[in-house]
Each structure stands twice: as structure tokens, then as C-alpha cells.
Design a protein around this ligand. Structure first.
Ligand code: GDP
Length: 331
């Protein structure tokens, strides 16, 4: 038996996060804030330094902070992230920031005796063309999608670093690979965000302006698996709580949608009833990247939020944030 076959939700419930010094890097981002939300009832001792207190790119600052604060558990979420357009436009920035950040955090976690670390990678680490659904074993078996190569190589280096500390020093460092995430706290920048946020914002604006057309990038045929961010936070907590022998876990919902289908669902959630049209000057990217999540499913984890419910919740969050000065500044 490769893994414990208990249901991890049960095990996670009984795992004493309470009192454990738990560092969530990137806690103001979409996934980091979902993790913080998920800890609201557990009396955990969360370590959440602000960006002013701790710049993750700064090696000295990270070592000093970890030395002083001595986290026992680390959810390493903090990274420079963005959608297909941002990755195509700023490959050097993505590669530099992410290599620096993860190298600083993972080394400091090793050096100062963190007992378990969960690192978040991305489905773009897998080859652009590979058997579907994609199992963890497909890593580094073929060329990457060109548009997101820098980001992907940074994340592959992070996975390998966790593996290397596990192999050489027996450290309990593991990585998760999510599909496209969406939900509260998403980045609704018109160019830099991911697909759900980009379409959601344009659908909202089209509805308000009484436009007949909703513009969607690419030709609508690529397929994407999307996951509500709280479901990933739940999976990461479960993996933190359960002893596992594998070091890499896909965490997806198990099915994908064409971009055209996804756009229709988003339009429905928003109440936009015009036409969907395609801007073929924008890249399609990888045509399909459906994860095989059977490894984490053998531990009992399942996503709880379907797309229809999740998109409605995401839209409610978008509307609530539109009212805040903080969101106004990010538009
Ligand atoms: P990817 O999954 O790494 O490729 O990242 P994205 O979340 O950026 O998804 C890109 C896919 O969604 C491509 O097929 C795009 O053509 C399509 N897409 C459609 N509309 C949008 C949009 O408004 N923003 C983004 N980022 N992608 C879009």
C-alpha cells in the first residue's frame, strides 16, 4: 500500500493544527487567503508576515525571519502568478521571482527544521502534449508549452528542490499540482489574470454596458480543468495532516470544459445573455491539460464545490470587492 487509505478529511480533522506555528507564504493572494479562511475555527498559530515585514525575494530577510519565528509547518503558496498573457509578456520576471522565492523559503525551511512543507506548483509543469488525464509520472517526459515555459521551469525547480531535500535529508517536503484556480480573491486585471477572472470581468462589464458581445480569447476549443480555490486549500491541509510517502499530488476536480463551455457557464452566472465571440489574435495555449487526481483521491479527498456554485460565489465576491477601495486600486 503506497499511502494510508484512510479518508484524509477525517484524519485532517483530528490533526492538531492548534498551537502549531504555521507559516502561509503569500497569504494575501487568492490561495493563501483561502488557506487562512480555512483555519478560522482551529486555533492555529498562523504566521502571516506582511510584504513590508518580509520580502520573500530577499534571502537574508527570509533566513532572519524564519530563524526568529521558527515555523513548524509551511504552506508555500507565495509566488508571482498570472495568466497566459502575463506569462508570455514577462517571462524573465516570472522565472527570477519564483526561483528566488522558493529557493529562499525551501532552504530556510530545511535549515531551521520545519517539520513539513507543502509547495504549490502548477499544471503547466507537464509536457504540452502528453497522455490525458495527466498522471504525476508525466513530469519531465516532454517539451513544455512555449507560452508559459519560464513559469513552468520555475515550478519544476521547486518540485525538484522539495524532492532533493526529501531524498538527501529526509525532509517531509511535498508538492501539489492544481489546475486553473478561481474564486474569492482572484486577480481581475484585464490582461494579467487567469481565464475565469478575465472572462468574468468582461462579462460583467459587457452586461453593465448593455453590449451584445462577450469577447473571449483564443478560439474557444482548448479545454481547461478549473478548481474552486477553497477545494485546493482543503486538499493542502489534508496533505499536511496525513503521513504520505509520495512527494507529488495532482489536485483537480477530474473533468474539463472547453473555453466555450466555460464562457457560457460564466455568462450564465453573471446574467449576460448576449453572444460569445472569439478574439483569435490571443493565444489558445495548451489544448488540453486534465489532471489524473487518483493519487489524492485514494486518500479520500474530493472537491466539494461544482463549477456552477463556484462561479456564482466568485461573482458574488467580485461584486462585493467592487465596492471596496482595495479592489478599485487593482482594476
Ligand atoms: P493557462 O491555463 O496556463 O493557459 O492559463 P489561463 O488561465 O490564462 O488560460 C488560458 C486559456 O484561456 C487560453 O486558451 C486562452 O485563450 C483562454 N482565455 C479565454 N479568455 C481569456 C481571458 O480573458 N483571460 C485569460 N487569461 N485566458 C483566456
Amino acid at each position: 500500500m503506497r499511502e494510508m487509505r484512510k479518508t484524509i478529511s477525517t484524519t485532517a480533522d483530528s490533526f492538531a493544527f492548534a498551537g502549531k506555528r504555521t507559516w502561509i507564504t503569500g497569504h494575501r493572494g487568492m490561495l493563501g487567503s483561502a488557506l487562512v479562511r480555512s483555519f478560522s475555527n482551529e486555533g492555529a498559530s498562523l504566521l502571516l508576515p506582511s510584504r513590508d515585514e518580509l520580502d520573500l525575494v530577499n534571502q537574508r530577510a527570509v533566513y532572519d525571519w524564519v530563524d526568529k519565528n521558527r515555523p513548524e509547518l509551511v504552506f508555500h503558496v507565495g509566488a508571482k502568478v498570472g495568466g497566459i498573457y502575463a506569462n508570455t509578456s514577462y517571462p524573465a520576471d516570472f522565472l527570477h521571482s519564483n526561483l528566488m522565492i522558493q529557493s529562499n523559503v525551501i532552504f530556510a525551511a530545511y535549515h531551521f527544521g520545519v517539520s513539513k512543507l507543502v509547495f504549490v506548483a502548477s499544471n503547466c509543469v507537464y509536457p504540452a502534449i502528453t497522455a490525458q488525464p495527466i498522471s504525476e509520472d508525466a513530469l519531465m517526459t516532454g517539451p513544455l508549452e512555449d507560452n508559459i515555459r519560464s513559469y513552468a521551469i520555475g515550478k519544476i525547480a521547486g518540485i525538484e528542490m522539495c524532492r532533493a531535500y526529501r531524498k538527501q535529508y529526509g525532509r517531509n517536503f511535498i508538492s501539489v499540482i492544481p489546475p486553473n484556480l478561481y474564486g474569492p480573491g482572484d486577480n481581475y486585471h484585464p490582461q494579467h489574470g487567469h481565464v475565469v477572472a478575465g472572462i468574468l470581468r468582461r462579462a460583467h462589464e459587457a452586461k453593465l454596458a448593455g453590449k451584445k458581445d462577450l469577447v473571449v480569447w483564443g478560439d474557444g476549443t482548448p479545454r481547461r480543468e478549473v478548481l474552486y480555490v477553497d477545494d485546493l486549500a482543503d486538499a493542502m491541509k489534508c496533505l499536511m495532516a496525513v503521513p504520505v510517502t509520495d512527494d507529488l499530488f495532482n489536485v483537480g476536480c477530474g473533468h474539463d470544459l472547453s473555453i466555450a463551455e466555460l464562457a457560457s457557464l460564466i455568462a450564465e452566472a453573471i446574467g449576460f445573455d448576449g453572444r460569445i465571440v472569439y478574439d483569435k489574435s490571443k493565444p489558445n495555449g495548451t489544448m488540453k491539460k486534465l489532471l489524473d487526481s487518483s493519487r489524492i483521491q485514494t486518500l479520500g479527498w474530493r472537491p466539494k464545490i461544482d463549477e456552477k456554485t463556484g462561479l456564482q460565489k466568485a461573482y458574488n465576491d467580485f461584486l462585493a470587492r467592487l465596492e471596496t477601495p482595495e479592489f478599485g486600486g487593482r482594476l
